[in-house]
Design a protein around this ligand. Structure first.
Ligand SMILES: CCCC/N=C1\SC[C@@H]2[C@H](O)[C@H](O)[C@@H](O)CN12
Length: 654
């Protein structure tokens, strides 16, 4: 389906027979039939069986593959968010190119014969950085996010006046494939409960999208009171372990008539670094789906394909302590992070086939996988040795430390530097009051790594140093809170650190542009290391390697490394945290790799400790469920030849 075109042009684009069959834009409709508790599509009873996938977690070259697999699974619709921060990196600067080409994704979905349930926010949650809100909103520190705060609404209006006109032609009644649009996201779970805000959003959507498009809200059962709004169709979200009858009965208090809708039926769940890998059983998920379909409900399965939090895009939760989301968003979904069908997919397809026609024909086979290595990486240099290149504009000086937001550093890392104003002979406590490290701080004195301070976890180190010694603190932003009562999750040193009895002042802030360095400046002449000790702490390692045969999808395995960031041929693959788990491998889509002997390059920024053998491997299977304790047993279980293989060998691509 293409967006609205003059009917004469449409008839030229389509064979006459098809033109006669397809309803013209002026007769296309997607409506709620309250008399019969159902949807109507072009006047005929319709129920959607939908699945969520996020274009912003899947490289564009893989969109078609994932969408066709979802169509083959029996889905007739997909649901996805639009992350504001993915498209407006700075105020008034917009990016809808490449893997951000939202219209191209809508078109790919149309070509796969999939309708679309769109969720443009402005807040989206989704375990995405700051729930999709741009961090530059926090340059006004007093802003009240997700409320009728005029500063927040002004930014929202400006963003939606760019976004919504782009999707207008893609609304179903205009000839496109968007059948409904969600306003906000689980607003009832947010402390503000600001109806003026929700009414403002509803008014903005109506003003820019017209009266015909179905607008809806989604909330958990406990959020319906503050999350629903008159004029917006109310839907719920719940998983296989929840009481469907009880929740749908509660929903009927808000929508006495019209189709029952579960907008997020959880097929799996998210993972946090340091916690066990989450799964949901095939039997429970399929049973719950069948029960809902028997009721005539429309259902969206969250997630149907999870994908990956590449780069720094993961969000975080707060459950007693700060919990960053892992790089993998596999979600134990029916389609795996690498795009492979799982037993859960086939079981769900069988259930769907009992209620509606599913496409025939074979599902595309799993993608070719490859193993490689182990590769031995070499030391490129300590992060401090590249400071001039990492911060070409030079540092910002301030008496007190400044946050990432104050210096307009959205993601990644910032170095904070001060100088010791007296000699400290005895190990002296060093800490940041009020849990003020957001989120991890790698502390160095004259280039020597002293240890890590971690939000909620580790708040004190003991330091010594000379008068005039450099005290360097590399602070890592581990992703802003994507759920919970306060999304104003400022990053950096939120308070001036204290050494002994001294509040440390006179700071230099170096916002680091690491991705630019990795992309453009490596390989470099090894910079001179100005300190007597060997580099320790944040250090770059790298390896250039050929792949002799064809390439396949693969999973980067970093045994013995601690925590850091990885780039493959300049692409930021995401964070690793081998020491914490449960994720032990990073998904590497084959299109990132050069085949047939061309040179590839892997670059690591290891933040803590490098293994004695600085090796990595590429495996043909992911390891997502191995916390550090389990991990050692897992290492032992890996076949000896896998671990002891010599340097790069011919690919076992298959
Ligand atoms: C008890 C759950 C409250 C938080 N809601 C969640 S956790 C996983 C999912 C995604 O974040 C999704 O974006 C939310 O809308 C609902 N949900």
């Amino acid at each position: 389906m293409a967006p609205k075109k003059p009917s004469c042009l449409r008839s030229l684009l389509l064979p006459l027979s098809l033109t006669l069959l397809l309803p013209q834009a002026d007769t296309r409709s997607f409506l709620v039939d309250r008399d019969h508790d159902r949807f109507l599509l072009d006047g005929a009873p319709f129920r959607y069986v939908s699945g969520s996938l996020h274009y912003f977690r899947v490289p564009r070259v893989l969109w078609t593959d994932r969408l066709l697999k979802m169509r083959w699974s029996g889905l007739n619709a997909i649901q996805f968010y639009v992350p504001w921060n993915y498209h407006e990196p700075q105020p008034g600067v917009y990016n809808f190119n490449g893997s951000r080409d939202l219209i191209a994704f809508l078109n790919e979905a149309a070509l796969a014969n999939l309708l679309v349930i769109l969720r443009p926010g402005p807040y989206i949650c989704a375990e995405w950085e700051m729930g999709g809100l741009p961090s530059w909103l926090l340059q006004k520190p007093e802003i009240h996010l997700r409320t009728s705060d005029p500063d927040f609404l002004a930014a929202v209006d400006s963003w939606f006046k760019v976004l919504l006109p782009k999707i207008y032609p893609w609304l179903y009644h205009n000839g496109g494939n968007i059948i409904s649009i969600q306003v906000e996201n689980e607003y009832g779970s947010y402390r503000a409960c600001d109806f003026s805000y929700m009414r403002h959003l509803a008014g903005l959507f109506r003003a820019l999208l017209g009266e015909k498009i179905l607008l809806f809200t989604t909330d958990g059962p406990e959020g319906l009171k503050c999350g629903s709004l008159q004029g917006l169709y109310t839907t719920v979200d719940f998983g296989p372990a929840d009481n469907m009858t009880k929740i749908f009965t509660l929903l009927r208090k808000y929508e006495p008539h019209g189709p029952l809708v579960n907008s997020e039926y959880y097929t799996g769940w998210l993972d946090y670094w340091g916690q066990n890998h989450s799964t949901r059983s095939v039997s429970a998920v399929t049973k719950g789906l069948e029960n809902m379909l028997k009721l005539g409900a429309s259902v969206n399965m969250y997630m149907f394909h999870g994908g990956t939090n590449f780069g720094y895009w993961n969000g975080a939760d707060k459950k007693g302590r700060f919990l960053p989301i892992t790089t993998s968003y596999d979600y134990d979904a029916p389609i795996s992070e690498a795009g492979d069908p799982t037993p859960k997919l086939f079981a769900l397809r069988d259930v769907i086939s009992k209620f509606q026609e599913v496409p025939l024909g074979p599902l595309p086979p799993p993608s070719p996988k490859m193993m490689l290595g182990p590769l031995t990486l070499h030391l490129v240099g300590h992060l401090l040795a590249f400071l001039d290149l990492l911060c070409p504009r030079g540092p910002i000086h301030s008496i007190l430390p400044m946050t990432f937001e104050a210096v307009k550093q959205d993601h990644g890392f910032m170095l904070y530097r001060t100088y010791m104003t007296y000699t400290i002979f005895e190990p002296t406590p060093f800490w940041v009051p009020h849990n003020g490290v957001h989120d991890r701080a790698y502390v160095m004195v004259d280039g020597v790594f002293q240890g890590v301070l971690e939000r909620n976890m580790r708040d004190k180190l003991f330091l010594t140093g000379q008068l005039g010694s450099k005290l360097d603190i590399l602070v890592e932003n581990m992703g802003r809170l994507s759920f919970g009562s306060n999304s104003s999750d400022f990053k950096g040193l939120l308070e001036p650190p204290i050494l002994g009895q001294t509040i440390l002042t006179q700071w230099l802030m170096f916002p680091l542009k690491i991705d630019n360095l990795v992309k453009w400046w490596f390989p470099l002449q090894l910079p001179k290391w100005p300190y007597p000790q060997a580099p320790s702490g944040p250090t770059f390692y790298s390896k250039t390697f050929p792949i002799l045969g064809s390439v396949g999808d693969t999973f980067l395995y970093l045994p013995g490394w601690t925590k850091g960031q990885v780039w493959i041929n300049g692409f930021n693959l995401g964070r690793y945290w081998t020491k914490q788990g449960p994720q032990q491998t990073l998904y590497v889509p084959r299109f990132l790799l050069f085949p047939r002997g061309a040179l590839n390059k892997i670059t690591l920024l290891e933040l803590e400790n490098v293994p004695l053998q600085p090796q990595v491997q590429f495996l043909d299977k992911p390891i997502l469920n191995s916390t550090s304790t389990l991990h050692r047993t897992h290492i032992n279980s890996l076949s000896a030849d896998t671990l002891s293989a010599s340097e790069p060998m011919e690919l076992s691509g298959h």
